[in-house]
Design a protein around this ligand. Structure first.
Ligand code: MG
Length: 387
């Protein structure tokens, strides 16, 4: 043991034994420690300027082919079609709503739209269309460039909860970020659908909208399904439904439509948040412990092996993990007791690292306050004035 630990000491002079134990340890709601290096890194996506992210579903790229492939008219007996003109899809009076052929749930959605250059109509009759999330929640599209009736020329006064970027009939935009008729405008939307357990509403869902890059809906929690005059409460619906654009009789154009599906907050059951579930957290912690333990050669009696076993028990402290950790911890404790002052100093960084690791595990309740390895490490550090 002593010979092996001395060999390890040479290695440890350059490298900490602290790998795998950081500022804290996993707990009943969090499968990972703070800054946990074992936690998987996020999947990489490319995000080139002016291009949809690489993981986006492109719903309209400016071509007739893309329009026909991704969209259909909602009304079966429509008399006319929406049309593709100058790289944009345009609403045609009487054609009715269009909807995606695919269905979606929670999403990030990018839409560019323009109300007609030729200003016609008034109020809800001017440049009206709409982005209907899941066909059920409308983000209003309207010519809202000038809503002040005292302003010239040609204002379009309106009710606040019906102007561009409103959650229609529910919540006005925080500010009016509208551009002039005919100019291209952007909506970037983050949408979470309501969560139901049978007929019981668990969470109303939310919608966040950036209109031309300006925050206009700040995590608005929906109160109802899109309605036009009377309040209509939320009601359960399928968890995936088509995206729809409205035909309101005005030739509104859309282009560069893409969508990224995003996970519901309620699918995260292993790391904090509203749906953290202890059984799922512990299952993932045991998985991590098993993965790490499989890499350890427990026949090696040295400090890195002990450190690796301490890392394992930070995730799951049971059965063979605990037995092997204790066997190595007692051996290391006894080894420390045999070191004279000079030998302790030669191992200063190793001992301090091990103390930090053991302290963290004690603070996290993984090792008991009575841990005799902790006592041995504390005694050496106190005697040498190491902190
Ligand atoms: Mg509308």
């Amino acid at each position: 043991m002593k010979k092996l630990l001395i060999a390890a000491g040479a290695l440890l002079a350059a490298e900490s034994v602290m790998a795998g134990v950081y500022g804290d340890v996993p707990d009943a709601r969090h499968a990972w420690a703070v800054h946990d290096r074992n936690r998987p890194n996020p999947v990489k996506v490319s995000a080139e300027p002016g291009r949809p992210p690489s993981d986006a579903v492109v719903l309209f790229d400016g071509t007739e082919e893309s329009f026909r492939r991704n969209w259909r008219h909602k009304k079966v007996d429509h008399k006319t079609d929406w049309r593709v003109v100058d790289g944009a899809m345009e609403s045609v009076k009487g054609a009715g709503y269009i909807q995606t052929k695919d269905s979606f749930g929670d999403c990030q959605l990018h839409v560019e739209w323009a109300s007609p250059v030729k200003v016609e109509g008034v109020g809800q009759g001017r440049g009206n269309s709409g982005v209907f999330l899941m066909g059920s929640y409308e983000i209003q599209v309207l010519d809202s460039y000038e809503t002040d009736p005292s302003k010239d020329p040609n204002p379009n006064p309106n009710y606040a909860d019906g102007q561009a970027s409103a959650v229609y009939a529910e919540n006005p935009p925080l500010v009016n970020a509208s551009r002039a008729p005919g100019e291209w405008q952007t909506y970037d939307i983050v949408f979470h659908q309501p969560i139901w357990k049978g007929e019981q509403l668990v969470h109303p869902g939310s919608v966040t909208v950036f209109h031309n890059g300006v925050l206009t809906q700040d995590h608005w929690e929906m109160e109802g399904l899109t309605t036009h005059r009377k309040r209509r409460p939320l009601a359960p619906h399928a968890t995936r439904l088509p995206l729809e654009f409205q035909d309101h009789g005005n030739p509104v154009r859309f282009r560069n439509v893409w969508l990224r599906e995003i996970p519901s907050r309620y699918t995260n059951t292993t790391h904090g948040g509203p749906a953290a579930n202890e059984a799922d957290v512990m299952a993932l912690r045991r998985q991590t412990a098993a993965r790490l333990y499989a890499k350890i050669d427990v026949s090696k009696m040295d400090a890195p092996t002990l450190a690796a076993l301490l890392e394992v028990v930070s995730y799951a402290k049971e059965g063979v993990y605990k037995e092997e950790m204790l066997r190595h911890a007692y051996a290391y404790r006894d080894f420390l007791k045999g070191l004279d002052g000079a030998a302790q100093k030669a191992r200063k960084s190793e001992i301090i690292d091990m103390k930090r690791m053991v302290d963290t595990l004690q603070q996290g309740g993984v090792l008991p306050p009575t841990c005799t390895l902790a006592a041995a490490l504390n005694a050496i550090c106190a005697a040498n004035g190491w902190k």
